[in-house]
Design a protein around this ligand. Sequence first.
Ligand SMILES: C[S@@+](CC[C@H](N)C(=O)[O-])C[C@H]1O[C@@H](n2cnc3c(N)ncnc32)[C@H](O)[C@@H]1O
Length: 311
Amino acid sequence: MDVRETTLQAAVGAHLAGTHIRRAHRVLQGSGTVAPGLRWPDASDGRDPRADLEAEGRASYAGHYFSPHQASVFDGLYDALPTSPNERDVLLAALLATASDCAAAPGHTAQPFQPTTTALPHIVAAWRIDPLARVRRYIEDLTAVVPRRQGCAAKTTAEEFLNDADLRGAVVFCDPPYSEVQYSRFYHVLEGMAVGGWPSVSGSGRAPELSLRFTSAFSSRRHSTAAFAALFESLRKSGATAILTFPNHLCSNGQSAATLATLAAEQFDVNIQLLDGRHSSLGANASSLGGRVAHRDVAEAVLVLRPRSKR
Ligand SMILES: C[S@@+](CC[C@H](N)C(=O)[O-])C[C@H]1O[C@@H](n2cnc3c(N)ncnc32)[C@H](O)[C@@H]1O
C-alpha cells in the first residue's frame, strides 16, 4: 500500500463518517474488515456492524466489487424479483449481466481491484455504471428475441447430464477446464448473487468457504485423465458427435489437445483443427496490465469426435 492508497482510504472513511449514508457499514476496509471507527448516524444505535453485515448475507461486496450504491440497488432488485419462473429468469439474468459489468475486477471475481494508481481508473469506470439503466438495457436485449422453439438449460455436471442420455444424431459442445485452479474460485460473486447470497464470505476475494465451492476433477492434475476418460466413455455411449475445444499446449491440469486426442481416439474417430485463440490467464500477470484481465495468445485446438461407424 502506498501513500496515495492510504490517503484515498482515509478520505473515503472521513466522507462516510461525515454523511448519513444508510448502509455505510457495508464499505469495508481493504482487508475485508469493518472500519474500527464506524459510527451509526443515530448515536444511540447499538447494533454490531459485523453482525448486521452477516445477517444481510449477500451484502458482502459493497466497497469491494461494487460501489455501495450499486450493491444496494442489486439487493433491492434481487428482493423484488418476481416468483413466476420465466419472468424471474429473465430479470435475474439481466441483474447478473449488470453485476458482471459493474464488478471492479479483472474479468472474473477471484479478487476485486485494489485502489492502486493503475487500477483506480478501472474501479471508477466500473462504479460509474448506473445499475438501473444497465439492467433496463439488458432486459430490453434479452426480451427482444423470442425463440420459435423453447429450449432448455440444465445446471448440472457433464457426468450427470450424460448419464444414460440418448443423444444419437446430436452434437455436444464441450469447453472443459484447462487450469488446475478451480474455476469456482473465479465466479463466486455472480454465483452467490444467483443463489441469493452465501452464508458468509471472507478474505480479500470475499469468497464463500471452500466446502461450498464446486470442485472439478477436470482441474485436478491427479484426476483429470480419469475424468476425461469417463467423459469420453459417456459421450460414446450417448451416441453424440462431440466438439471439444482445448489449448494446444500442456496446461496446468496436466492435459493438452494431444493427450485428449489420444484418449478420445480409444472411443471415437478424432479430427483436430487448430485456431488462433486468446486465453484468459485467470489473473496471472494481471498486474503487469494495470489490473485488467490478462490474456495470452495460444493455439486453440478443435477436436471433432465422431462415433465410429459399425463395421
Ligand atoms: C474453460 S471454462 C469454459 C466456460 C465457458 N464455456 C466460457 O467460455 O466461459 C470450463 C468450465 O467448465 C466448468 N466445469 C468444471 N467441471 C465441470 C463438470 N464436471 N461438468 C460441467 N462443467 C464443469 C467450469 O466451472 C468452467 O466454467
